[in-house]
Design a protein around this ligand. Structure first.
Ligand code: IMP
Length: 425
């Protein structure tokens, strides 16, 4: 297999980082193609824990080339800080390439996002406040967009900021007259400084990716967020602002979908969600708290407690169909080990009707009552299991049910944070 993609099928935080890290050994190039420093990937490597946000997991391997392609939005300050953090942990980053087509997050994007979230009153999206949505907003709107490549044409860049900043200030201060936006001059000085530090990495990554594919090199696409947060197919408007399902790979990298040999969908053995929006299987009881504590379900980026619930096969199989997965990786199965019984939502009841279709309208999703299949718990520590046949019968039944409802074979089972705590089928 030369081109593999790893995507989340739920609302993000499926522990994709671990699968990406495992597969990185078998690939020469790893590409992150969407989102920005809203994502959080935890990778345990050589006895250390690395928290990556913008950098692809390949950065931890000297022989691997890491690509941040055109679909990513870049906060250069955050990116430089992350590179420094990785270095301070004793890792000399592998080769890094960043697309000159990637759009840039500026300070006004963060201020604008705060204003927009406030404008939603009682129902904020609950964003990560990293300026992601407002940067993508400018990308689609074009008039106020600035790409990384523009920073290497200083005259043009200053001129763009002179036009853009006063207009952004007007829009933002219409929402909040007290909003403080740095001047075009201040921003250009700061960002030209970042640009110099990033110069060695910035290039046309689309041409690079096309070249390596022609040369038959192996490529791994590293997804961020999850399919249900996809701007087109997710639980709009409680989504992120890019195509975070498998659909985002082509626009976000310039590599056509037909080049992908294997699409791996990553799921947690249960459901979590951060931010607003309906989550039909969310648990508000002791079991929900138990899953949160056992799974350490607190955001990598924002530290927010994650909303936890039973595995939702209606939502997740929709994510699998949108992304077109060949197989699935079931993560954090060990988190459920102490429960007497485990539940999987196999259908919704909406306005009295049973359905396995994932509703397109938020109001219908908010009305959805989960119909559960209840299975016995396995009540055994499974963190030491290394072969499928060594799992307790009940745990295997759980995995079989997930596979049946998602209509996909299970290819990876994760039962702990270490690389060794993975059963590969
Ligand atoms: P934004 O991406 O910061 O605009 O946030 C939009 C929504 O996506 C919010 O509900 C966030 O909590 C969620 N979100 C963004 N990135 C992640 C992630 O990496 N994991 C889980 N949720 C995320």
């Amino acid at each position: 297999m030369s081109v593999t993609a790893v995507v989340g099928l739920q609302w993000g935080d499926e522990a994709k980082g671990k699968i990406v890290d495992l597969l990185t050994d078998q690939h020469e190039v790893v590409c992150r193609y969407l989102g920005g420093n809203n994502a959080g990937h935890t990778v345990m490597f050589g006895g250390k824990t690395y928290k990556l946000s913008l950098l692809p997991a390949g950065i931890l391997r000297p022989g691997v080339t890491s690509v941040i392609s055109n679909g990513v939005v870049i906060n250069p300050k955050a990116l430089l800080m992350e590179l420094n953090t990785v270095r301070s942990q004793g890792v000399e980053p592998g080769r890094l390439l960043i697309s000159d087509r990637a759009h840039v997050i500026f300070p006004y994007h963060l201020v604008e996002e705060a204003g927009l979230e406030k404008a939603r009153g009682e129902s904020p999206i609950g964003t990560t406040m990293r300026g992601i949505g407002t940067c993508y907003r400018d990308k689609i709107g074009r008039t106020h967009a600035i790409r990384l490549g523009d920073l290497y044409r200083p005259e043009l860049f200053r001129q763009r900021l002179e036009e853009v900043v006063p207009q952004k200030r007007l829009v933002i201060q219409a929402m909040d007259p007290t909003a403080d936006i740095p001047s075009a001059e201040e921003i250009s000085q700061e960002y030209l400084h970042y640009a110099e530090q990033l110069r060695e990495y910035v290039c046309d990554t689309t041409a690079y990716l096309h070249r390596i594919l022609k040369d038959g090199k192996s490529l791994l696409f590293e997804g961020a967020q999850g399919s249900l947060l996809d701007i087109d197919h997710g639980t709009f408007p409680y989504v992120t602002s890019s195509n975070s399902s498998g659909c985002g790979i082509h626009p976000g990298s310039g590599v056509p979908e037909r080049a992908i040999d294997r699409m791996i969908g990553v799921v947690k053995a249960y459901t979590t969600r951060v931010g607003g929006g309906p989550c039909p299987t969310e648990l508000f009881d002791e079991t929900g708290n138990h899953i949160r504590e056992e799974g350490h379900e607190y955001g990598t980026v924002t530290g927010r407690p994650r909303r936890c619930g039973w595995f939702d096969a209606v939502a997740t199989s929709y994510g699998a169909r949108i992304s077109g997965v060949d197989c699935i990786a079931v993560m954090l199965l060990d988190v459920l080990s102490k429960l007497d019984e485990v539940k999987i939502c196999e259908a919704y009841e909406i306005h009295g009707e049973r359905t396995t279709d994932f509703p397109s309208h938020l109001e219908d999703l908010a009305q959805a009552r989960p119909v559960y299949r209840t299975l016995p718990g396995w009540k055994k520590d499974i963190t030491g299991v290394r072969r499928l046949q060594d799992f307790p019968r009940e745990a295997r039944a759980y995995l079989d049910t997930v596979s049946e409802l998602l209509e996909s074979p299970v290819s990876f089972i994760s039962i702990g944070p270490d690389r060794e705590q993975t059963v590969i089928l």
